[in-house]
Design a protein around this ligand. Structure first.
Ligand SMILES: [Zn+2]
Length: 536
């Protein structure tokens, strides 16, 4: 009897041992992961204080966060006490046509950007299904989402005509926006200083924004004015948001023109009041005192209608030329300026020796008189032959700082993918995030490190419904950045822009290392991110 009892006991014991072994083996198997980041200080994107923990990554996602000594990984990164945070989400970019030039997008990756939203300021592909397929086949180092842009939608239906659309035309525009939202756009954008958006009225914009709203889109606007009439322009943007019932994003929030410096207080108050009244409005900003856009934006809007040929023909007529020169001379004196020294040509296809020089300098280089009249004539000559991009040094540092302190302000570059050494572009494409973290957080204490990171990560992810991004959280995409907050620095300057930011040790996109020790790894692991309104 006892013998049978002992025999049974030993049988059960064996069974329990086998079961325990199976369980623990499967646990070990399940706990294997691709990569562990150890010894980091986690700033998780919520804005909460950093804490110490390790992060395990598996299959492109964050697998575990905590004390992870029991986990096994294929490789380990020692963060050496540096900050570990979500990759930055740059919601305001213009990468169209530059993707092929540098698919590694090194200027963005080196500045900690792992996701961009393109299609801003009214410029986008109108067939987003085709565009997303192109991005899928190309594979960039960064994730990409897109807006659908008003200017291109309008051009597709009515060219560059300076008039309001007919009902039929508006319906056609509505349907292009609707299809783009179904294809996965994250919203609708306008650029109301550009042709042909400049010819549209707010009711047209509200109609198109209403369509985007149906699919969970955001309305992003480069407003009609960012200078003397900026308050009216904010009013118009708020009107569209309210009428269409759509969340509003005011792009590159700023005020230009020496005579308008200090207006940022009133501008921010309008945003705060609108939020109090129930309008879901947020803003974004690049941390520089110069803007960058087409030189032709200096001209009156009627000159720019109907395409480059018509523009050239107009500018060659002596009477019109004289009229525009007078307009430009008056514009200069209204700013209290004697010369067009604050406008610097960035990329002139006809003569690259002009790149990096102000209109004043170019005019002198051409041996022309040192007068506002002559400089205005030089501007017309430049625009007539091509349409160069230019930098406009017209923003006050005080306004930049004031706007930066607003908590629902995201950091966004307004940049594009750059090729090292080409042109003299605005430094924002290279250094936006590092500049905020170095100059404005570390040196000037305008906000906490954690709050700056929140505005570069979870705030944009929340606004554009980029689900499972923007936070360091189990199950979220492993878009991760490791940097030293004591040394992070933007090195790109206006005179020498092609410089990567420093202080960023690692950038991971969807779990793979895209940037390590100041260079690209050559990995292109970005994907297309679709809007929540996408229909299959
Ligand atoms: Zn813009």
């Amino acid at each position: 009897m006892i013998a049978i009892f002992i025999q049974r006991l030993s049988y059960y014991w064996k069974l329990i041992t086998i079961l325990l072994c199976v369980c623990s083996c499967s646990t070990i198997y399940a706990q294997n992961c691709n990569l562990i980041i150890k010894n980091g200080r986690i700033a998780d994107g919520t804005g909460n204080s950093w804490y110490r923990a390790d992060i395990a990554i598996k299959d492109g996602k964050i697998f575990r966060i905590g004390q992870l000594d029991s986990l096994k990984a294929e490789s380990i990164i020692d963060a050496k006490g540096q900050i570990v945070c979500p990759g930055f989400i740059d919601i305001h970019t213009h990468i169209e046509d530059d993707e092929l030039k540098n698919p590694l997008a090194t200027n963005f990756i080196s500045d900690g950007v792992t996701t961009v939203i393109t299609g801003n300021c009214g410029e986008s592909n109108t067939n987003l299904n085709k565009y997303f397929k192109f991005l899928d086949s190309l594979k960039l180092s960064i994730n990409v989402a897109s807006l659908v842009g008003h200017n291109d939608v309008r051009k597709a239906v009515m060219g560059k005509a300076m008039r309001t659309p007919t009902d039929t035309e508006l319906k056609k525009m509505d349907s292009i926006v609707e299809q783009a939202m179904k294809d996965g756009a994250v919203g609708f954008s306008t650029g109301l200083i550009y042709v042909p958006g400049i010819y549209s009225h707010k009711e047209e914009i509200a109609s198109l924004a209403t369509v985007a709203a149906k699919y969970g889109g955001v309305y992003c606007t480069h407003m009609r004015n960012e200078g003397d009439s900026v308050l009216d322009a904010i009013q118009e943007a708020l009107y569209v948001a309210k009428t269409a019932g759509i969340p509003l994003q005011i792009s590159h929030f700023k005020v230009g023109g020496q005579n308008n410096w200090g207006l940022s207080n009133r501008m921010l108050q309008m945003v705060k009041d609108a939020r109090t009244s129930g309008i879901d409005v947020t803003i974004d900003q690049y941390p520089y005192t110069a803007s960058s856009t087409a030189l032709s934006t200096l001209l009156p809007e009627w000159v720019l209608a109907d395409g480059q040929d018509s523009v050239k023909a107009r500018l060659e007529r002596p009477k019109i030329k004289k009229q525009i020169i007078n307009y430009l001379v008056i514009r200069l004196s209204n700013r209290g300026m004697k010369h067009y020294s604050f406008v610097v040509v960035a990329n002139n296809s006809m003569d690259s020796s002009f790149n990096g020089k102000s209109i004043e300098e170019i005019n002198l280089q051409l041996n022309k008189p040192h007068t506002p009249f002559s400089e205005s004539a030089t501007i017309i000559e430049l625009i007539k032959d091509a349409s160069p991009s230019a930098l406009f040094h017209t923003i006050s540092e005080k306004d930049v700082c004031n706007i930066m302190q607003y908590p629902y302000n995201m950091i966004a570059s307004d940049g594009t993918i750059r090729v090292m050494g080409i042109g003299v572009p605005h430094p924002r494409s290279y250094g936006t995030n590092a500049r905020v973290l170095g100059k404005y957080v570390r040196d000037q204490h305008l906000m906490t490190l954690e709050d700056a990171i929140r505005r570069m990560t979870s705030l944009p992810a929340q606004k554009f419904h980029l689900n499972n991004r923007g936070l360091l959280k189990e199950g979220y995409a492993a878009d991760i950045l490791i940097f030293d907050e004591k040394t992070i620095t933007d090195n790109s300057t206006f005179s020498n822009p092609h410089q990567y930011s420093s202080g960023i040790s690692y950038v991971l996109v969807n779990g793979k290392i895209d940037w390590q020790n100041n260079q690209s790894t050559g990995v292109r692991n970005g994907i297309v991110l679709y809007g929540i309104g996408k229909k299959d």
